[in-house]
Design a binder for this molecule. Structure first.
Ligand SMILES: [Zn+2]
Length: 381
């Protein structure tokens, strides 16, 4: 090259420029790891993980669950790549160590790191509007067995719930973390919790009902469900996630019933599941009930238990598939063949689908002021 350069003087400036470019390139390449490392260490997500590790010790795949609403709060998506970089740096697994829940756009960006060995949970909120920083951090022991053991321990946690120590997410974090720690929380149920954002008996009942439907009216090719979630409660989010029945596509309709209407339907109606089989050319309305009295009687909860105790005990009982066939838990109120015209009538805003099916008298008391809140699953704390 030198010889060539000496022989062809005209080419030297071009080569010189080329060399400078090359040197600059080598220099910049050499500096990339250092620069990346620096921004990495000072990144907000790096701070979040470090803050959790300062309180919990090592965050690792065997014992850590991270629950976060990252991606939901406005603009928080910009932290997703950094978050997953920190996440995978610790050998954590998407299906084992993470629950990314849906929250509203005006929610804070928050993270709960749960360590199942100690039962400790570090809850962190960050702000990122002007300056990116950790705005709140607290570490609490949320082991259900410890918290629910004595009247004193219960009162202590109930007090922390009242003080919203996890900024109102105490129930969601406690039930999800403890359910996960049992090792028996079905991942497909966890996927529903991502949409529902908390683990409650209501969403658990939806999981039982969804599995009942799939077992009795399998989702074969050409088969689809249209759901009339009436009365509605937390269960309905399971159907949305599991069957892709969304309000926008007309797959699910949600409405309530008065206490009198519930009574007339046997006391515990859950909804109408219309099964359309395109191949067979059939349409069936499967009307199901779900009885929380059965759950409450069997799960070990007592009348004077605080909500976080009785609901978690109900969750635990409903997590066990062995219990799903308990008599009276799921009941078939009616199964009937219907046609397209009936389905369309059921969909009209003015119509009560149970009246359309002839299961309710149209003159039944429909005073909405007598509409009782469903006993379980609606409240989050
Ligand atoms: Zn719920």
């Amino acid at each position: 090259m030198i010889g060539e350069g000496v022989m062809n003087i005209k080419r030297i400036p071009a080569k010189f420029i080329y060399l400078i470019f090359l040197a600059a390139l080598v220099f910049s390449l050499g500096s990339v790891p250092g620069m990346a490392d620096e921004s990495y260490n000072s990144s907000l997500m790096g701070q979040v993980f470090a803050a959790a590790e300062a309180d919990l010790g090592v965050v690792g795949p065997e014992h850590t669950l991270i629950i976060t609403d990252i991606g939901s709060p406005a603009g928080s998506y910009v932290f997703l790549d950094d978050f997953y970089s920190e996440f995978y740096d610790r050998d954590l697994l998407y299906t084992k160590n993470l629950l990314t829940v849906q929250n509203s756009r005006n929610s804070p960006l928050w993270f709960a790191f749960f360590d199942k060995c100690s039962g400790n949970c570090t809850y962190i909120e960050v702000s990122y509007e002007n300056e990116s920083k950790i705005s709140y951090k607290v570490t609490e022991n949320i082991n259900f067995g410890t918290l629910s053991k004595t009247p004193k321990s219960r009162a202590m946690w109930s007090e922390k719930v009242n003080k919203t120590v996890f900024d109102g997410r105490e129930f969601a974090i406690l039930t999800t973390s403890n359910g996960w720690a049992t090792g028996k929380l079905d991942y497909e149920l966890m996927q529903c919790l991502e949409l529902h954002n908390h683990f409650c008996p209501g969403v658990s009942s939806g999981y039982v009902l969804a599995n009942w439907m799939e077992e009795n009216y399998p989702l074969k090719e050409g088969v689809g469900y249209t759901v009339f979630s009436c009365p509605n409660w937390c269960k309905d989010d399971v159907f949305v996630k599991r069957w892709d029945v969304t309000p926008g596509t007309g797959g699910i309709r949600v409405s309530s019933l008065t206490d009198d209407e519930k009574e007339a339907l046997g006391g515990s109606p859950a909804g109408i599941f219309v099964v359309t089989d395109k191949n067979a050319g059939t349409m069936k309305a499967v009307v199901l009930g779900f009885d929380f009295d059965v759950v409450n009687a069997k799960c070990g909860a007592k009348d004077d238990d605080p909500g976080w105790v009785s609901k978690y005990l109900a969750d635990l009982w409903l997590m066990d598939r062995e219990n799903w066939n308990t008599e009276g838990l799921v009941s078939v109120i009616s199964v009937m063949d219907i046609d397209e015209a009936t389905l369309n009538e059921m969909k009209q805003a003015d119509n009560n689908p149970y009246v359309v099916l002839g299961l309710l008298d149209p003159t039944e008391n429909t005073d909405p002021s007598k509409n009782g809140a469903h006993g379980t699953g609606n409240s989050t704390n």
